[in-house]
Design a protein around this ligand. Sequence first.
Ligand SMILES: C[S@@+](CC[C@H](N)C(=O)[O-])C[C@H]1O[C@@H](n2cnc3c(N)ncnc32)[C@H](O)[C@@H]1O
Length: 403
Amino acid sequence: MRLHRNLVFAVIDGLHLIFNEGEYADKVVQKLLKRDSRWGSRDRGFIAETTYDIVRWKRLYAEIAEIKEPFDRPKLFRMFSVWAVLRGIPIPDWNQFEPTPARRIKGRFDALSKERKFRESVPDWLDELGVASLGEKVWTKELAALNEQADVILRVNTLKTTTPQLKQFLTGEGVATQTIPGYPHALKLVERGNVFVTQAFKDGLFEVQDASSQLVAPYLEVSPGMRVVDACAGAGGKSLHLAALMENKGQVIALDIYSGKLKELKRRARRNGAHNIETRVIDSSKVIKKLHGSADRVLIDAPCTGLGILRRNPDAKWKMEPGFLEKITRTQQELLADYSQMVKTGGKMVYATCSILPQENRQQVQEFLASERGSEFTLLREQQIYAHKSGFDGFYMAELERK
Ligand SMILES: C[S@@+](CC[C@H](N)C(=O)[O-])C[C@H]1O[C@@H](n2cnc3c(N)ncnc32)[C@H](O)[C@@H]1O
């Protein structure tokens, strides 16, 4: 593999924005990819994957390169050299690259790999939290799985097509996919690629959604004609899925505190041909009160640490503050207490997170059940999905019924 100057410079610019300016990796990569319209899919793939790789392995590579933050450009080039040497890619003789001690890099890699916090590249506090929460054995396996590159998974929009039909359409557009046993509406890309440019996407035949995330909407056991509230709908990944499961019949009320996200949801709903989704911004407690006791189903897809989706969001490891868990668990408990009141008697509620920590999951549900409001509910079932067991994102979901 030969390194191209424009592409390497784009990666270095991206790393500067992520590490030094606090920007989000996904937004930075999106911006970088717009820089040169002549770049083909390989060039784009190189920029996206290399940037994510170096973000993922920041601590390990910085230790190997013997550099400390803040990372100026010469330091970022040293990190890049570590990335290249470990992949056996020859370093070009550009003057940005200092003479690279390949043997030293490999030696330091071998030595540092003996310690999990370096090998898996996590801050000390997160490694300690993981061990305390999951135990050494599970945390070690889970962390390794969360550092792998995620597959690209599509969810078939059953309002418009079927799994075999979509597979065929995509093959026609040169995109090879595989079905995944146990996930009837999921297709996995055989090779990474930009699926957003396909006609099938523009026609609303699928959404990109991880396989674990595709298990959440079915957990609500909805049927056509129901009134379903998606209380933390965001840009609507689950709302769209719920609308499809309800065959566009009944009502999905999608709530969020951010109007911008709901606007994006509406755009996606139009593309999906989902006509039964209504969005409401939570701008006062009245929005929730109005819905008290009225919903057949309520989904609380709660804001969380996102530790189950590190494969997709590796920069969360570096952006998260140690005190965030305490803050977010308090919010989750408040959301359970408030939003559970929208469920009608005999109705059901699903609480879900993309986290692997029991503090955000099982323990939250137990705490809610032990509370006054929670005493009206019974736990029907719960599922903790680990990345190292499923091969997909880490997720949790619990189904509760209002007595
Ligand atoms: C895990 S994300 C939801 C993802 C979304 N359900 C999907 O499938 O695409 C959590 C969402 O909760 C929203 N949120 C945060 N605090 C909230 C609150 N107090 N009430 C409702 N939504 C809230 C966030 O804006 C965010 O969109």
